[in-house]
Each structure stands twice: as structure tokens, then as C-alpha cells.
Design a protein around this ligand. Structure first.
Ligand code: HEM
Length: 538
């Protein structure tokens, strides 16, 4: 029998149909009636008032009045491009995901973004950059929703509203619109000291990328993969730009923000239009799936920690090329909706408490931003795999579902037998053991180390990169009005490195505080410096 949920219109069943917008030689109403005149409203005489009965005027104006949708609550400023991904087949040992098999080609859409600024803010501000990729795989969409920095500000999603409120403009004057240089930001990161690691990446050259084409991307969290034999591994995802990692200088970033606030989106568009297609290699750091979920002393569930590449090399598993600019920015960039729960068979989540919260947040916000639960029917979000779900109705429903029995099993829609768990090609949640433990609002003890990796990052920098970091802390903290916040942040720097702290304190004209805990004994990781780094490594 016919599957119950195939739409006769073809919508939501596979490849997007050709848009019906703007066809034919004549201007029409939205319902296809040809129009004679769209430049004059219908009036009671040429000098008379406009008539309420002017339905063409009302349709045109009403639609315009409702053109805007809310910007994203974070990552509002962004741009995007289409392209493709080709698997190398090298990931077969760790995952059964079909799109990573050798020579499999998968269409992708990528959206790059800043985090804090509004939709119209400048591109070159000091901020983290979003790097979100939607793979339209034959097994369903896989969204890798990453950033250009491998660690995050907080360890538990419940603090996300707090860190964003601290980073967004002050509520009383909406200043600053896009940058991290203000009191609430520094107040938060000096009180919630797990944020110190991400903050130093922001103060480094990584906070002001030269181009989206020259950024690394990181999945940040540890994911759990499973191969065809059922063996599991823990991994971190990395994007390595073929052009290498490059940044602007602070002076360049400031000037460009004034002269060409669209610098990064222009750069991406111009490069693709010129045929200089940006390219990245996707790589995995692979860790054994041990009971303690720890590798080389790093708790893999702590999203404020990374694993130095010297200890776990990034292993290439495929490459991505962006070769097509959007046709319509609104339809593709603004209406795209990413979600960490879009996982193909072979890729699963871990208990990272930040990841767990994100699994809730994205769909929740998209129900408001895209007005209802049917945004996966929007062309840019539609999977290229067949869809046969039991979701029905709701705002902006585009599909005309057939059948009468949207439940399984049923005996009305062609039988359609369904045995839970029998489909070997389906996504299967990994049966990870949850240890018996009391319900608590608490973090693991290992999450209490807030400084050792910040020091590791600092020690890994070259002299010129350190100078940039010192200058960035000094400038940004000098924009704080509250002396006690500057002093508290200096206290954090003292726990990271005495030289860094003394330099910034001198720049601010403040005394250098003593460390409150011994500075960590860590080895630098040369792979963290972007000076002289190329990919693939020699
Ligand atoms: C966008 C929540 C952490 C990367 C968003 C959006 C929300 C959100 C609500 C807007 C989505 C939309 O309107 O479509 C959260 C929460 C987090 C968190 C609750 C932590 C608890 C992270 C982390 C990363 C990240 C750790 C990077 C690994 C992104 C990116 C976007 C985004 C790239 C923009 C996606 C796009 O281009 O449409 N996040 N986020 N977020 N987030 Fe997060």
C-alpha cells in the first residue's frame, strides 16, 4: 500500500520542489490574478481618500508590514553558503554514518555568524564565530553546530541565559551593540571563572578572524560514535581550513568595522563568485570510550576543556567545499534552523551538561522564531532523505498528508507493519549505562579546575600572540566603568600567569594581585598557536 504520509505536492518528501515564486510574464496578486496597476491606490476620485475596498493595496501593504521575523536570540548576525562534502572512508572504524563512507558526496549548507551582535551589527568585532553545518545525508540531516573556538564559557546549559544576558548590551542603554568590552561581561567571567578559558581565546587573535574561509570549526562537545560492529568511541569534531587560520590585527578590525561592516559576508560571497571555493577538512580526535570519559587527565564531558592535538591528533575523515552563494538571503540564511539532535545513525550524544541543554534549546527557540513547529518544511531545512513522519497540522503546515492513521502500528494505511527496534538502518540510541546516583544540582569534581587550560593556552602562544592578548585584555578592561570588576579579572589573570597579569595591571594602572592558587604545571601545545600553522601539517 501507499505509505500514509507521502504528500501529493512532493513537499517534505525529499528534494525541494522548484519554487513557485515569481513565475510567468505578468504581475499578479498572491493568488494569481493579473494586475493592471500597482502604483496607484484606489481612490474616490484622483484627489479623494483611499478606499478601504482596495484589496490589492491592502494585500501589498499587509504583507510588507509582516516581512520581518525575530532575529536569532544569539548568533543573529550571519551569512551562509551551499556546497558539498565528500567522505574519505577513514571513519569506518569509529562510525557507521553513511555520509562518511569513501567518496560519498553529500550536499551541505553552512551558516557563519557572530554571537552577540544584532542582525545589523559589524562583522569584524571581537567575538566568538558560529560555524554551523547542515549535511543533507541520505540517512537524514546531520547538523554540526559548532564555533571557531574549541571550548565554551560555561559547563552547564542552565547558565546559558545568564552568560548571554551578561554579554548582550546593557539593558539601560543598549551599549555596546556587539563587543565584549563592558561591565556585565567582565563581571560574569570573573565571577564564573570557568569562563576564563573561552575568554582568553576571545582576547587572542582567534576573536578577530580575517575571513570565515580562514577559521577552524569545533563541535566543542564530545560525541559518542558507533561503528557497524557496535563498538563505540568518544570523539571531538574539527574543521581545518585549507587556507590556514588567519586573523585581523585589532587596528584592522576596528577600521573595517567602520569602513565595511559587511566585510566577512562580502569576502565569502566574492570568493565563491570568483571561483575561489573555500574548503575545509573534517577531522576527528578519537578517544577510547572508557567508564570515566576522561582522556589524558581531561574530563571529556567538560565543555570548557579541549584535548591538545599533540595528545590526540586530528584524523581527517572528509572534505567540504562551499561553491554556491544563496539565491535569497532570507529564505536560506535567515530561515535555516540547526539542531544538535539532528543526528544520523552512527553519531550520538554524551552527557556533557551543556550539550544536554542545547538539545532542548534550539527547537524551542525556533518555534518562536519561525512561528510554529513546521520549520523543517522550509526549503533550506528540508532533508534530502525521504520523510515519513507522524507529525501533523500546526502553523504553516505545507504538506497534504494522506492516509487516516498517523500512528504505528496501524491496520488501516496499507498495513505498514512496524516492529520497534527491528530496522537495522535506523538511528538507535546507544544503551549507555546511567550509574545509580542521587538527584543533585551539582557538577563533577573535575569541573572545578578553571585555570590549568587557560595557562596551557597562554603558554602555547608565540611572543607576538601574547602581546596581542595583553593588549586585548588591557583595552577591553579599560572600557569597564567599575574598578572592582577590573580588579577581580586581574585576580583571575594572576591565577593564570604572573607575567600576563602584571602586564595588564600595568596597562590599567592598577597594582598586580598575588595568585590565590598555585599556577598550574602544564606543558604548552604548539598546535594552539596559529602562527606558522598550516593544514595538513607537514
Ligand atoms: C545558535 C542556544 C551553546 C553554537 C543558538 C540559538 C540558541 C542557542 C537559542 C539560536 C538558534 C536559532 O534561533 O535558530 C544555545 C545554548 C547553549 C549554546 C542554550 C548552551 C547551553 C553553544 C555552543 C556552540 C553554539 C557550545 C558551539 C559549539 C551555535 C551556533 C548558532 C547557535 C553556531 C547559530 C546557528 C545558526 O547559524 O543558525 N544557540 N547555544 N552554541 N549556537 Fe548555540
Amino acid at each position: 500500500g501507499t505509505p500514509a504520509t507521502v504528500s501529493p505536492t512532493g513537499v517534505a518528501t525529499g528534494a525541494p520542489p522548484i519554487s513557485k515564486a515569481q513565475q510567468g510574464d505578468f504581475l499578479t496578486t498572491s493568488t494569481g490574478t493579473r494586475l493592471r496597476d500597482t502604483d496607484h491606490s484606489l481612490k474616490a476620485g484622483p484627489r479623494g481618500p483611499v478606499l478601504l475596498q482596495d484589496h490589492h493595496f491592502r494585500e501589498k501593504m499587509t504583507h510588507f508590514d509582516h516581512e520581518r521575523i525575530p532575529e536569532r536570540v544569539v548568533h543573529a548576525r550571519g551569512t551562509g553558503a551551499h556546497g558539498y562534502f565528500i567522505g574519505y572512508g577513514t571513519a569506518a572504524d569509529v562510525t557507521r554514518a553513511a555520509f562518511l563512507a569513501k567518496d560519498v558526496r553529500t550536499e551541505v549548507f553552512v551558516r557563519f555568524s557572530t554571537v552577540l551582535g544584532s542582525r545589523g551589527s559589524a562583522d569584524t568585532v571581537r567575538d566568538t564565530r558560529g560555524f554551523a553545518t547542515k549535511f543533507y545525508t541520505e540517512e537524514g540531516n546531520f547538523d554540526l553546530v559548532g564555533n571557531n573556538i574549541p571550548v565554551f564559557f560555561i559547563q552547564d546549559a542552565i547558565k546559558f541565559p545568564d552568560v548571554i544576558h551578561a554579554g548582550k548590551p546593557h539593558p539601560d542603554r543598549e551599549i555596546p551593540q556587539a563587543q565584549s568590552a563592558h561591565d556585565t561581561f567582565w563581571d560574569f567571567v570573573s565571577l564564573h571563572t570557568e569562563a576564563q578559558h573561552h575568554t582568553m581565546w576571545n582576547m587572542s587573535d582567534r576573536g578577530i578572524p580575517r575571513s570565515y574561509r580562514m577559521m577552524e570549526g569545533f563541535g566543542v562537545h564530545t560525541f559518542r560514535l558507533v561503528n557497524a560492529a557496535g563498538d563505540t568511541a568518544l570523539v571531538k569534531f574539527h574543521w581545518k581550513p585549507k587556507l590556514g587560520v588567519h586573523s585581523l590585527t585589532w587596528e584592522e578590525a576596528q577600521l573595517i568595522a567602520g569602513v565595511d561592516p559587511d566585510y566577512h559576508r562580502r569576502d565569502l560571497y566574492d570568493a565563491i563568485e570568483a571561483g575561489a571555493f573555500p574548503e575545509w577538512e573534517l577531522g576527528l580526535q578519537v578517544f577510547p570510550d572508557t567508564a570515566d570519559e576522561t582522556f589524558a587527565g581531561v574530563d571529556l564531558l567538560d565543555p570548557t576543556k579541549m584535548v591538545p592535538e599533540e595528545l590526540a591528533p586530528v584524523q581527517p575523515v572528509g572534505r567540504m567545499v562551499l561553491d554556491r552563494t544563496p539565491t535569497n538571503f532570507f529564505a536560506e540564511v535567515e530561515q535555516s534552523a540547526f539542531h544538535l539532535g539532528h543526528l544520523p545513525p552512527g553519531i550520538d550524544v554524551t552527557n556533557d551538561p551543556l550539550l544536554q541543554g542545547r538539545l532542548f534549546s534550539y527547537v524551542d527557540t525556533q518555534i518562536t522564531r519561525l512561528a510554529g513547529p513546521n520549520f523543517n518544511q522550509i526549503p533550506v531545512n528540508r532533508p534530502h532523505a525521504p520523510v515519513n513522519d507522524m507529525l501533523r497540522d500546526g502553523f504553516h503546515q505545507q504538506a497534504v498528508h494522506g492516509g487516516v492513521a498517523p500512528y504505528r502500528p496501524n491496520s488501516l494505511d496499507g498495513g505498514n507493519p512496524f516492529t520497534a527496534g527491528a530496522d537495522q538502518a535506523a538511528f538507535a540510541d546507544l544503551p549507555v549505562t546511567v550509574t545509580e546516583a542521587p538527584k543533585v544540582r551539582a557538577s563533577p569534581a573535575s569541573f572545578a579546575d578553571h585555570y590549568s587550560q587557560v595557562r596551557l593556552f597562554w603558554l602555547s602562544m608565540t611572543p607576538v600572540e601574547r602581546e596581542h592578548i595583553i593588549n586585548a585584555y588591557t583595552f577591553e578592561l579599560s572600557r569597564c566603568y567599575h574598578q572592582e570588576i577590573r580588579e577581580r579579572q586581574l585576580q583571575c589573570l594572576a591565577n593564570i600567569d604572573p607575567v600576563l597579569c602584571a602586564e595588564v595591571a600595568a596597562g590599567l594602572g592598577l597594582p598586580t594581585p598575588e595568585a590565590t592558587e598555585p599556577v598550574a604545571d602544564v606543558a604548552p601545545s604548539p598546535a594552539l598557536s596559529q602562527v606558522g600553522q598550516a593544514w595538513p601539517p607537514d
